[in-house]
Write a protein that binds this ligand. Structure first.
Ligand SMILES: NC(=O)c1ccc[n+]([C@@H]2O[C@H](COP(=O)([O-])OP(=O)(O)OC[C@H]3O[C@@H](n4cnc5c(N)ncnc54)[C@H](OP(=O)(O)O)[C@@H]3O)[C@@H](O)[C@H]2O)c1
Length: 506
């Protein structure tokens, strides 16, 4: 895994973006490339080729992307830096073509040959599939048939966006199809959560400090809570969400990756294959989810940040009797030496009372003997909270004596905030991922077996939910903390969810 400081620019190359006019390209990929230029980590010789089916000239494509970038920068009162934009845009070419037509790839082949000769790119090409998932297989297949992914002269890599399949069978089919044309080490399956600094920092926290690893096990940890809470709704993406739902959208990818970072065994090195092997071992140790381990929810009308908002079933392009879940909570068991008996509780949902993503590790309670006269509710257990977004940082909550003659205790916290310690370069979260792909470091990308293992774990729930209609939908008000059934899930184990609105303590 790369750390972006103290790094060299990647080798010269062409980046071909399928979906050149899409939202991902303008909001995330091009700004990430601009930020890489800012940190001196753009290839010294670069060509950017955009493929899309609109009528556009290269100038129009370039100018449109520049305009969007300028708007983005202006939100933080920055102006575009002309020298950085020049480095990024000097070889920007738009290719009008349909992803499904072989002639697109024939033209692309000729174009890449010419650019390589003119600019000197050593035959290196990264293909970025910034398209709807139904195009992943056809594009990869047609690239293969056109001989565009042969890596005998330079590297040929393909970034595949999410979602990677919509269940176990479709993920297997997609993997099998891609592997007809590409070698596994040419495929970079992206999970943009892994581009977040705070997620990468979990490994630094665990493995670069002597302090934590000895207590990172069932002897000291009672349970782990992982939360990805969003206050926004589905943002007009009804068509997409009706086919997806919270479980498919968030769990086998983002949430399981957070579990993997938190729970995997120490790798022998930070080499991609060593880390991926440890993650794969962890996925093997996870219990397949049972229906009784999972709770689903769907939001009703409510109030979010003082504004009234509509129920999910009233959102555009959503069926008025939709049974799609916008919330999911689950108990995950990991059957290995380190974690046996330590439940991992995961929850994610839309239209919740706060936007917050965190991993909260609850340590076992100290013996009460010394404090037998203290009300037990005042003796909170210790928590280590890894805050992913917003306000990235780490909190350690522990008990301290309140000043005064009596031995009374209060839960207090020590805080580390990223922004107080590090000058953080502006980032959209895709910088490290694109850079790593350009240098051939696959650590932060998912291997085929990981993707399939993750789908296999959730498969029984997908089937069960497909066959049984939820009885009480909608079952939580927008702006609340989610359905009460999620509280019951933990109450059965004698536990409760952490109030994520309390960042670091009282
Ligand atoms: N947007 C995000 O914030 C985001 C974040 C994370 C992951 N992703 C993933 O990134 C991928 C792309 O998302 P997106 O939001 O950028 O999608 P998008 O806005 O729909 O972009 C896809 C582009 O492909 C073009 N296109 C469609 N069919 C085509 C064809 N047959 N030939 C040539 N061009 C064609 C579309 O053009 P028309 O519009 O003219 O049809 C559109 O410009 C998806 O897999 C998504 O899940 C997106």
């Amino acid at each position: 895994m790369s750390t972006l400081s103290h790094k060299n620019p990647p080798p010269p190359c062409a980046i071909v973006i399928f979906g050149a006019n899409g939202d991902l390209t303008k909001r995330l990929i091009v700004p990430a490339l601009y930020n890489l230029a800012r940190t001196g980590l753009l290839p010294s010789r670069l060509a950017l080729v955009g493929v899309g089916h609109n009528d556009k000239t290269s100038e129009q494509w370039r100018d449109g992307l520049r305009e969007f970038l300028e708007q983005m920068l202006s939100k933080t009162e920055q102006a575009i830096d002309e020298s950085l934009w020049k480095a990024l845009s000097q070889n920007m070419i738009f290719l009008k073509g349909d992803f499904e037509k072989p002639e697109t790839y024939k033209t692309l082949d000729g174009l890449l040959g010419k650019i390589d000769k003119d600019v000197g790119l050593g035959g290196n090409v990264l293909f970025y599939l910034a398209t709807a998932d139904r195009f992943f297989a056809p594009i990869a297949g047609k690239l293969g048939e056109a001989g565009l992914v042969k890596d005998d002269k330079g590297f040929r890599r393909v970034i595949v966006e999410k979602p990677f399949g919509h269940d176990l069978q479709s993920a297997r089919d997609l993997n099998a199809y891609l592997l007809n044309y590409l070698k596994e080490d040419q495929i970079y399956r992206i999970d943009h959560f892994l581009g977040k600094e705070t997620v990468q920092n979990i490994m630094a926290l665990r493995f670069a400090n002597g302090l934590f690893e000895p207590i990172w096990n069932r002897d000291r940890i009672d349970h782990v809570q992982i939360t990805v809470a969003e206050s926004i709704g589905i943002e007009g993406r009804g068509n997409f969400y009706e086919k997806t739902g919270a479980l498919r959208d968030m769990v086998p990818n983002h949430l399981f990756q957070l579990v993997a970072m938190t729970a995997m065994e120490p790798p022998v090195s930070f080499d991609a294959e060593d880390i991926r092997a440890k993650k794969a071992e962890l996925f093997k140790a996870m219990h397949t989810l049972a229906m009784t381990d999972v709770v689903r929810g769907q939001y009703d009308t409510g109030t979010v940040q003082g504004e009234p908002v509509a129920a999910y079933r009233r959102e555009p392009n959503v069926s008025p009797d939709s049974n799609i879940e916008t919330y999911v909570a689950m108990r995950l068991k990991i059957d290995n030496w380190r974690w046996a008996g330590v439940p991992f509780y995961l929850r994610t949902g839309k239209r919740l009372n706060i936007r917050s993503s965190e991993i909260a590790i609850r340590f076992k309670q100290a013996p009460h003997a010394l404090f037998r006269d203290t009300p037990v509710e005042e003796l909170d257990a210790d928590w280590l909270i890894l805050r992913i977004q917003p306000d990235e940082g780490i909190r350690l909550r522990f008990n301290a004596k309140r000043p005064g003659p009596a031995m009374t205790l209060e839960s207090v916290s020590m805080r580390f905030n990223y922004k107080d310690y590090f000058h953080q370069a502006p980032a959209v979260g895709y910088e490290t991922l694109i850079y790593d792909c350009l240098i051939g470091d696959a650590t932060l990308f998912q291997r085929a077996d990981q993707v399939e293992a993750a789908w296999a774990l959730v498969e029984p729930v997908l089937k069960g939910w497909h066959d049984t209609h939820p009885r009480h939908f909608p079952n939580y008000a927008a702006g609340s903390e989610g359905p009460s059934a999620a509280n019951d899930l933990l109450a059965k184990d004698g536990r409760s969810w952490r109030d994520i609105r309390i960042l670091g303590g009282k």
